[in-house]
Write a protein of this length. Structure first.
Length: 263
C-alpha cells in the first residue's frame, strides 16, 4: 500500500485484510438516490476505501434536508447533491473516482445506465415504479444489489434488519414493490425473490404536524412527489438521521461484505 493509504485506510486493512482492502480499492459501486439513506451509504463506502463510485440523483440540496442528509450544509443549499458528495469524497479519499450522473433513473434510461455491470448497486430511492424496474433488471442480469425500504416515520434504528423481499414486514414501500414484482414481472409467490432489502420492523409513526415544503416547486417531477410514499418532499413522514443513516450503513455493509467476500 502507498503511504497515504496506510494512514487513511490502515484500519480497513486490519479489519478485512490486505486482500479485502485491495478488493474495495478496485471496486465500482453505484448508489441510486443520494438523499437521507444514500448519502450516508456513500460516506461509508468512501471511508472504506472503495475506489470508484457512481452517484445518480437529480435533486439539489434544500434546507429541509438538514435533519437527515449528510451533505446538507448551509453553504451548499441549492447545490446538486451528487456534486456536493463528489467534493466531500475528494476530502476523504482523493484517490476515489466519482462519476456524477445528475438525472433520475426511469424506464427510458435504465438499460443504458446499467449497461455495464457494477460490482454492487444500492437502490436508495423511494419511487415504487422505478424501484420495481430496477429490481427486475438487476435480478434478470444477475447484478449484485440491495434495496432500501422506507426510512421515514421511524425512531428506533435497533429494529433495522436485512432480509429477502419475501420476508420483509412493516414497510408499505417494500410491500408495494413485492406486489408489483409478482404481478408484473412474474416473481415467485412462494420462497425467496432474490431481492435483498434493508427494512425496519418498527411500526411507522404518522406525521405529528403539518408542514409546508420549502423546496422549490420545480425541483421534483409531480409524478415523483405523488408516488413517493415516505415523501421525497417534506410533506411526507417525519425522518431522523438516526434511522436514515442506519439504513444507509446497512446498505453499505451489504456492498462491502459482497466485495470483500468475492475478492
Amino acid at each position: 500500500m502507498e503511504t497515504h493509504t496506510n494512514r487513511r485506510f490502515g484500519g480497513i486493512a486490519r479489519l478485512y485484510g490486505e486482500h479485502g482492502l485491495h478488493a474495495l480499492q478496485h471496486a465500482h459501486v453505484c448508489v441510486v438516490g443520494v438523499g437521507g439513506v444514500g448519502s450516508w451509504a456513500v460516506e461509508a463506502l468512501a471511508r472504506s476505501g472503495v475506489g470508484k463510485l457512481t452517484l445518480i440523483d437529480l435533486d439539489n440540496i434544500a434546507e429541509s434536508n438538514v435533519n437527515r442528509q449528510i451533505h446538507a450544509l448551509t453553504a451548499d443549499f441549492g447545490k446538486a447533491k451528487v456534486t456536493a458528495l463528489r467534493e466531500r469524497i475528494a476530502q476523504i479519499n482523493p484517490a476515489c473516482q466519482v462519476v456524477e450522473i445528475e438525472d433520475f433513473v426511469d424506464e427510458g434510461n435504465l438499460a443504458e445506465l446499467f449497461r455495464l455491470p457494477f460490482d454492487f448497486v444500492i437502490d436508495a430511492i423511494d419511487q415504487v415504479r422505478i424501484k420495481t424496474a430496477m429490481a427486475a433488471h438487476f435480478v434478470r442480469h444477475k447484478q449484485p444489489f440491495i434495496v432500501s425500504g422506507g426510512a421515514g416515520g421511524q425512531r428506533n434504528p435497533a429494529l433495522i434488519a436485512t432480509a429477502d423481499l419475501s420476508q420483509t414486514t412493516h414497510d408499505p414501500l417494500l410491500s408495494n414493490l413485492r406486489y408489483t414484482l409478482r404481478k408484473k414481472h412474474g416473481f415467485p409467490r412462494e420462497g425467496k425473490m432474490r431481492v435483498p432489502c434493508v427494512y425496519s420492523r418498527e411500526q411507522i409513526t404518522p406525521p405529528q404536524i403539518a408542514q409546508a415544503c420549502d423546496a422549490p416547486r420545480g425541483s421534483l417531477k409531480a409524478e415523483d412527489r405523488m408516488n413517493a410514499p415516505q415523501g421525497l418532499s417534506c410533506a411526507g413522514y417525519g425522518a431522523s438521521m438516526l434511522v436514515t443513516a442506519s439504513f444507509g450503513l446497512h446498505c453499505a455493509t451489504a456492498a462491502i461484505e459482497h466485495i470483500v467476500r468475492r475478492g
